[in-house]
Design a protein around this ligand. Sequence first.
Ligand SMILES: [Fe+2]
Ligand SMILES: [Fe+2]
Ligand SMILES: [Fe+2]
Length: 480
Amino acid sequence: MKKVMTISFMAVLAGCGGQGDGGGADSFQGNATVAQTGNASSTPSSSSSSTAAQSSSFLASAFQDGAGEIALSRLALQKASDADVKAFAQRMIDDHTQANNEIRQLAQAKGITLPTTTSAEDQAALDRLSGLSGTIFDRTYMDHNVTVHDKDVTLFRQQALSATDADVRTLAGNILPALQVHLLAAKAINGKVAPSAFLTNAFQDGRAETLLGNLALQKSSNAAVRAFAQRMIEEHTAANSQIAQLAQAKDVSLPSATGAEHQSVLDDLSGMSGADFDTAYMNHNVIVHGVDVFQAITQANSGTDPEIKAFAATVLPVLERHLETAVTINAVLEPSLLFAAFQDGKGEILLSKLALQKATDAEVRQFAQRMIDDHTAANNQIMQLAQQKGIALPNEPSAENALAYVRLSQLSGAAFDRAYMSRNIDVHAQDVGLLRTASVSEQDAQIRAFATAQLPVIQAHLTTAQQIGNRLNAAAQQSQ
Ligand SMILES: [Fe+2]
Ligand SMILES: [Fe+2]
Ligand SMILES: [Fe+2]
């Protein structure tokens, strides 16, 4: 599953930008439901007043940011000229509306009052954007989205890892993957509509590649991973000096900070070793190069700045080779059970929230809710186990899950239902295999016990998925 899907990720991300302006529109469209609390594991009235203050301040600022995002995106629906920008705006409205509903629910349960006013920062952005139109509007709106989601990813990740209130941790952890995909989409579309953003993104990604490559040389003992890291350091250092020259000539200021998605991977990786390190590192490379290739194709084909267009055409084959190699290496890596189960669980939650928004069949919707509840509970157990054993877990979605999200978000009605269930059959069949093996041969007794306890849960998911999938397929055949 992982192997096939990550290769398609390259095709989806790299392929659609090449068809000119409208072609890229498919890549990141659609809606994801973001916030939904899983099983409540702490009491509404917190005993600690500092815990209450922390929760209150996080929920309030997350809610206010969401409201600002919705207001700006409504403006974008009226004013944006690019199809990808419009689709992105609609998704932000849908996702952040749902997220804010969930935040409101949790806040109410905890007696927290949420702000009803727009933040000064968002008001300033609204004022600025109201006066713009056409391409300049698109670029400014997408630029803003990169900045805002960069902050969101950092904030939500921090809360998902260390909020003292368990319900807030769960809420933040369940929203995070969607925000990470928003950030990737924002960067990809920004680099598509703005040649200068293509330069700044490529530069920031290139520098992160060098940092990550150096870490990989210290930590990895896999020969293919080490060779890849060495190549990333050399080729991105070379590309970045070209970008720096071009940026100077064009008066584009290059970012000095590391982006949130790179930083979160750097943070995760610092605690990992062995196959887990290699998998998290290569997975990130698949995602980042997929986004880079998407931007480079668009700039090389239809960029409006001749020099940046020429540079994009030169760097494109380099990035394509990086992506292809990253996909090939990633496909054969086998991370630990906790790593795989945690990342798969996050993916299940991400896609099942999409299903809650998009599915039309009652049983499919019910199934999606059960996936969210069960995988939230399982991931909470995994986090506890990992903490006891000092194991670092991946917080970036797998490239395969990011791809599935992109694809499923483009479908609707019965076609969505069938595709979502068919994916659930594949994923759960794979997970049953992993858990069965681990329940017999896992060395660590506690992890073996976890696998043994989890196996019947996932087997039951598989059985239900097969039943629903068969019924939907039969109905589709009958209606033909
Ligand atoms: Fe967002
Ligand atoms: Fe690269
Ligand atoms: Fe499941």
